[in-house]
Write a protein of this length. Structure first.
Length: 289
């Protein structure tokens, strides 16, 4: 996949040095130990109890094909339509997205000061908001919203397993109550699955929230066809002082992810994605406190 040209250079390992994924800990705050390894172990035990590795591998291959070749089915919930796909999503894409979000939040210094509340839109298994909260020291209150009932239950389990405070409910991303000043909004790998009208309505709400000193982070895949609306959103973000970035982080995946990677014919030597970021200046945010 090819990155997009941005007004801010794509970060490299030299610009944002980072140790291997499992060596990283959360950002400054009260949480010192990294809960990711234990969470990954518990996650595997949770989803492999009723499925064999072969079943998970086949489901992951089908899920990957859906994301690449049949994206039109995503808005109807096809990614989570079977037990195998749900397990593959939780075991593979969940941890990958967690690791990527953690690196992006660290590179953007989005965890300092810690948001008071993080709203995770289209939260899936809850990993995006969780990664941000942990990078901010584990103190933010997490709120997630997803239209899929299984995802809501899984996100609740994720918060508990990672020792985070919050609430997850079933609903629509474009109707969620947004945080005020000092809070944050994240939408990771979710907007590309929304209908155009719902996504446009959400953009307007995000811009209003940003003007009220709420931090906003959007993350999507590098592939242009996954988000044909991206250029318009990037123009809007930049228009009120936001930034656009393409990310490629070298990564050494933990063994469970390496096995799934190989079994499904995939090869993640890098964590990749692109982001849109809006944050009030420190002076403005201080005045609002």
């Amino acid at each position: 996949m090819t990155g997009i040209r941005t007004s801010h250079p794509s970060p490299s390992a030299r610009e944002h040095p980072a140790p291997p994924a499992l060596a990283e800990g959360p950002g400054r705050g009260r949480m010192a130990a990294d809960p990711f390894p234990r969470w990954l172990t518990d996650l595997e035990a949770r989803h492999r109890s009723s499925l064999t590795f072969v079943e998970v591998r086949k489901a992951l291959q089908a899920l990957s094909s859906l994301y690449v070749e049949r994206r039109s089915r995503l808005s109807a919930g096809a990614a989570l339509e079977s037990a195998g796909k749900r397990a593959a999503f939780a075991l593979y894409y969940g941890p990958l997205h967690y690791l990527l979000l953690r690196r992006i939040v660290k590179a953007l210094e989005a965890g300092q000061p810690a948001p008071t509340r993080i709203l995770d839109l289209g939260c899936g298994t809850g990993v995006a908001g969780a990664a941000w909260a942990l990078e901010a020291g584990g103190t933010p209150l997490l709120e997630g919203v997803d239209r899929n009932a299984w995802a809501v239950q899984e996100a609740r389990w994720t918060l508990g397993a990672l020792g985070l405070r919050g609430r997850i409910h079933q609903g629509f991303a474009d109707r969620a109550r947004v945080p005020g000043a000092g809070g944050a909004i994240v939408a990771a790998f979710a907007l590309n699955e929304m209908e155009d009208a719902d996504r446009e309505r959400l953009l307007e709400r995000m811009m209003r929230a940003a003007r009220n000193r709420t931090r906003v982070l959007v993350v999507e895949p590098l592939a242009r066809r996954a988000a044909p609306w991206w250029s318009e959103w990037a123009h809007t973000f930049r228009g009120i002082g936001g930034r656009e970035n393409t990310w490629r982080f070298p990564v050494s995946l933990p063994e469970p992810l390496v096995l799934l990677d190989r079994a499904a014919g995939l090869d993640h030597r890098e964590l990749t994605g692109r982001s849109l970021w809006l944050a009030p200046s420190p002076a403005v945010e201080t005045e609002g406190c």
